[in-house]
Design a protein around this ligand. Structure first.
Ligand code: CTP
Ligand code: MG
Length: 375
């Protein structure tokens, strides 16, 4: 029988978030939920948490009848000890909830190492050269092949680890992880295969991994014969004027590309659509330059702690020919979106004379946007 002791009782101070980092959303799920899913095959999961976070943590355990909470302590060592005392499994796997990218493969390797060698501490070999420093000077350079970064899970036989913890508490020592305690009071623990992707989320930039995708579309009709088109000879797409015999009907400047893009950005941020923020019944938006509305949309998106990472746009227009203008459209969008031009894809095509686009009745644009977390 195996128990996973999942440590979630920290404050996450270095992450600088408003609450505990293990409850922060990462691509649609709280950080802790990734570990719960990865360890769900264990016979028992003990989530060590702070009393004040328990109300938020309990609902995340609902899908897992084998999971329950135990209250943590002021240090990680105390938290693990509290979890260990409650664990029923013969083997315990101690894991930090702040490592959401743990996989079943890592966990299985860790268990195998425990059954074969009595312990299994996930680790990866160092990529950087590491040095010892004293008084701001390098005092030693260990051989790189001897240097590893230790991760979690760390697996042991429960009774043996618990004994080590009891001794450690009697001695009043401070240890950063289980392998240190086990090495001090039992024996040198065995290393098993971690994964470079199994990183611990510690600082604000570690949370920028969140990405959100959004999709938007817009269509505008051309003026037909005798419909009183205004006396202009261009349409506006991507914030630039493109010579055109056919003129688009619109309340604003009719920039279908920017409208589709704004909806993609708003949608990716989980916000409402452009009709909600800029109603076309509002005279304020009559003849509006859509690039200015795009700036407002970007402000709304940034308010959610998000910013564009890349955008991809596809325009369907039988006329005018757009390919000579694509580079300029990219330049114009690049400036407003704050993205390199290679993060902006624009494709333009006809509709092979089919449908309303093919019959020169209008233009349609599709856009997708990927957002990244900026705080
Ligand atoms: N942890 C714990 N009990 C504590 C302190 C930490 O269970 N008293 C847990 C954290 O929730 C985290 C893991 O141990 O999953 C690794 O610790 P760390 O990355 O230091 O997290 P925090 O202590 O929450 O963060 P910080 O040190 O920045 O406050
Ligand atoms: Mg800490």
């Amino acid at each position: 029988m195996t128990t996973a002791v999942i440590c979630a009782a920290g404050k996450g101070e270095r992450a600088g978030l408003s609450g505990n980092k293990v409850l922060e959303e990462l691509n649609g799920l709280p950080v802790l939920s990734y570990s719960l899913s990865a360890f769900s095959g264990s016979d028992e999961m003990i989530v060590v948490c702070r009393r004040e976070d328990e109300k938020l943590i309990l609902p995340l355990l609902r899908p897992y009848p084998n999971a329950r909470t135990v209250h943590g302590g002021a240090t990680r060592t105390e938290s693990v000890y509290n979890g260990l005392k409650e664990a029923k499994g013969e083997i315990v796997l101690v894991h930090d909830a702040a490592r959401p990218f743990v996989t079943k493969k890592i966990i299985d390797g860790c268990i195998e190492s425990v059954t074969r060698y009595g312990s299994g501490v996930c680790a990866v070999s160092a990529t950087d050269t590491t040095v010892l420093v004293a008084d701001g000077k390098i005092s030693g350079v260990p051989k790189r092949q001897n240097v590893y970064s230790v991760q979690t899970p760390q697996g042991f036989y429960r009774d043996k680890l618990l004994e080590c913890y009891e001794q450690a508490f009697r001695d009043g020592g401070e240890f950063t992880d289980d392998s240190g305690i086990y090495a001090r009071y039992a024996e040198s623990p065995k290393i098993c295969e971690g994964d470079r992707r199994n990183q611990k989320l510690t600082y604000p930039e570690d949370f920028q991994l969140t990405e959100r995708i959004g999709f938007g579309t817009d269509t505008h009709a051309f003026y037909g014969e005798g419909e009183g088109a205004p006396f202009i000879n261009f349409i506006t797409l991507g914030g630039i004027r493109i010579p055109s015999e056919k003129i688009l009907k619109a309340h604003s400047d009719g920039d279908v590309l920017v409208h589709a893009l704004m909806d993609a950005l708003l949608s990716a941020a989980g916000l409402r659509d452009i009709g909600y923020y800029f109603p076309d019944t509002d005279p304020a938006y009559k003849g509006a330059f859509s690039m200015n509305l795009l700036k407002e949309v970007l402000r709304l998106v940034r308010e959610q702690g998000l910013a564009p990472k890349n955008v991809s746009i596809s325009i369907l227009a039988e006329t005018p020919r757009l390919s000579p203008h694509i580079e300029r459209m990219k330049e114009s969008l690049s400036e407003t979106l704050g993205l390199n031009e290679n993060a902006i894809g624009i494709a333009a095509g006809t509709n092979e004379k089919l449908g309303y686009v093919g019959e020169l009745k209008g233009i349609t644009c599709y856009a997708t946007a990927l957002l990244k977390k900026i705080r």
